[in-house]
Design a protein around this ligand. Sequence first.
Ligand code: ADP
Ligand code: TRP
Length: 335
Amino acid sequence: MAKQITVSGVRPTGRQHLGNYFGAVLNFVKMQEEYNGYFFVADYHSLTTHPKPEDLKANVKQIVVEYLACGVDPNKCILYLQSDLPQIPELYLIFNMFAYLGELERAATFKEKVRSQPNNVNAGLLTYPVLMAVDIVIHKAAKVPVGKDQQQHLEMTRDFVARFNNLYGVQYFPEPEAFNYDSSLISIPSLDGEGKMSKSKGEHTCIYLADEPEALRKKIMRAKTDTGPTVPNSPKPQEIQNLFDLMRLVSSSDTVRFFDDKYNDCTIRYGDMKKQLAEDMVNYLTPIRIKIEELSANDKLLNEIINDGGNKARQSAAQTLKDVREIIGIKSFGE
Ligand code: ADP
Ligand code: TRP
């Protein structure tokens, strides 16, 4: 049976953090074994915030390096830059006809941007979900590994696809599903205890894959806690739950149980818990950080990988555009 297709990307807006890793990239690494994987750097998507050209270039390289350091393997999947596919803007134009103003305005991510950057509510932000849908359908993907924050975008993608298929009476594009190996989509909390970890929220709220051990220890020791439970088996406040959630990602189950028992009998010392978490985090991330450092010095290899991935991804995208033009009746007289 033909392998299913999976597509996903990360915006080049800074160094990747634990949320990107556990929500997205770790899934890429597992999925490349069983799926036809297309993993890319969503550079067009990052233009909504008008980055400086030199920052954008550096961040694109950073994402490629980090993908590879995490184990995304160009021999097992196709790794490319979104902007290397000229078919993306073409299909984006076509898909804009299937997206309605009301639903775009209602998207949670759009409303959040209207709140957080009222002076830059550009049309690119409004149609961000259309561009994302196009990234996915350009390779006719069935599964999309993303974090929980992207769930609504996936629902919108399914709607656009359904409208396209209905209008033209075809079953051309599959309706893609958001995916995580752990059955449900995840959201890694920010270290400040408020909302999800995000590249745009600032240095001290994120654990970056490339963080040096000392920086990691400092951030974790500074994470917010309280005075500790006084009643046995009490529910955990959000910031304490967050620490346990992080521990579950990088520590052994015995370690988690040890601190959970201490919490439940009110003898927990958060300082000890954070020290343990910091050490486990350092051990978990050090091999990735070392690979990031090594790969960063190898521009020649990075260029080869991206050129090769671009060639392969363009072939798949060109086939889709050819089919779509045929389906919608855009065909020159000579053909
Ligand atoms: P950011 O929000 O940090 O700028 P991106 O928007 O580039 O990151 O997201 C890239 C991928 O990482 C997406 O699949 C997104 O769902 C996932 N992701 C980002 N932050 C988190 C988080 N805190 N928890 C889980 N997944 C996340
Ligand atoms: N919108 C995603 C984010 O902000 C990034 C992204 C762009 C993406 N295109 C995609 C993710 C296609 C999955 C598939 O995180």
